[in-house]
Ligand binder design. Structure first.
Ligand code: SF4
Ligand code: SF4
Length: 356
């Protein structure tokens, strides 16, 4: 091993671990990452930043006579500083090549059992059951895990402008177009910057559906509390601010609170909300699956009467359900027992695993 590049955003956690392993085994191998200054400690990375960082090392190599000699004897020509050229010429073992060829593309997705997935599933089903086409809909999204609604099969995040913007620009679209507008905002983002545009929406008599995805945490940034829960940032007891009390106080006349894992109920509420002539607020409330201390319940199993219609795989897209080797399977370690797949399967072929 001649060197390791570690391209890692935020804190250099992996890099620290790799350095520890190398140290433990007394391995003399350069690690190019944040600690040695190859990659910047701050900022989100983009192609230019990564390329520039790689170039710092490549430029060093161009002055490294030993490396140049080795390169020439190996490849028969001079090194021109092109990293891609090096990578293309690298020889991997057959096993690694096979692995590389078979790595499936994996789009970022919501966690197994995530209540946002259930809310999106229900929202899509509701507009479809009302006979609306996708082109009749505008989905305004906001900043949080739920922006992942952008991906198929949901496609419930058409755009995202800024923190809290889903409420204000949702109102704008409801005036400027004759499409149905559904805005989605998380509980933390609602407290941060969703309140004032909701005041304006009521005052301006806008017609749109706002879902407050209340998963009782600030999930995307690592699980910080928000004003809706009775604990402050230091872990001390604090007054919880009620989202429903705020929504009611603002003057919203249509407000429903639902556990989005109850698909039928959520679909019915969305259908009512989409037909309501005014501001309709749905509070989709269920705790994030990553909140610590939740008891692991029995996972799901696919029963023998599965006809492999793939409705569960294609329309729900829970990462715990896969189609592998001509079989639909549930990954028990990932399954969070939300039971949504049971409600989605048209053949009653998913059940709770018994006997564990
Ligand atoms: S939806 Fe039901 S029947 Fe269809 S593939 Fe999934 S488990 Fe099988
Ligand atoms: S119960 Fe079904 S939908 Fe929920 S996490 Fe498990 S496999 Fe996924």
């Amino acid at each position: 091993l001649e060197g390791v590049f570690i391209v890692e955003e935020v804190d250099p956690v992996l890099e620290r671990d790799v350095l520890a392993v190398l140290g433990e085994h007394n391995l003399d191998c350069p690690v190019y990452g944040k600690f040695d200054g190859t990659f910047p400690m701050v900022h989100e990375y983009n192609g230019d930043i990564v390329k520039e960082s790689f170039n710092k090392v490549i430029c060093d190599l161009k002055d490294d006579e030993e490396f140049l000699e080795e390169y020439k004897s190996e490849y028969g020509n001079d090194f021109d500083g092109d990293l891609i050229e090096i990578i293309e010429k690298m020889e991997f073992s057959d096993g690694l090549n096979e692995l590389i060829d078979n790595i499936p593309t994996r789009a970022p997705t919501l966690c197994a059992g995530c209540s946002h997935r259930s809310a999106y599933f229900a929202a899509v089903k509701a507009y479809q059951e009302l006979g609306y086409d996708k082109s009749d809909m505008i989905f305004a999204s906001d900043i949080g895990c739920y922006t992942l609604g952008i991906s198929p099969p949901y496609e419930t995040a058409d755009y995202l402008l800024a923190m809290g913007s889903s409420v204000g620009d949702g109102c704008g679209f409801s005036i400027a177009t004759n499409q149905h507008v559904m805005s989605f905002i998380g509980d933390s983002t609602f407290f941060h910057s969703g309140l004032s545009p909701l005041v304006n929406a009521v005052h301006n008599k806008n017609k749109f559906v706002l879902t407050i995805l209340d998963n009782r945490i600030t999930a995307m940034t690592g699980g910080q509390p928000n004003p809706g829960i009775p604990v402050d940032g230091m872990g001390d007891e604090a007054p919880a601010i009620s989202i429903e009390d705020i929504v009611e106080a603002i003057g919203v006349k249509f407000m429903k609170i639902v556990n989005p894992h109850n698909i039928k109920k959520t679909v019915d509420i969305y259908k009512e909300a989409l037909e309501y002539d005014g501001v309709a607020v749905v509070i989709a409330r269920y705790p994030c699956t990553l909140i610590k201390g939740q008891k692991k319940k029995a996972p799901m199993v696919i029963k023998d009467n599965c006809v492999k219609c793939l409705t569960c795989v294609k329309t729900l897209a829970c990462p715990a359900i896969s189609y592998l080797n001509d079989k639909v399977v549930v990954d028990e370690a990932l399954c969070k027992s939300c039971t949504v797949c049971i409600q989605v399967c048209p053949n009653k072929a998913i059940g709770v695993k018994k006997g564990d």
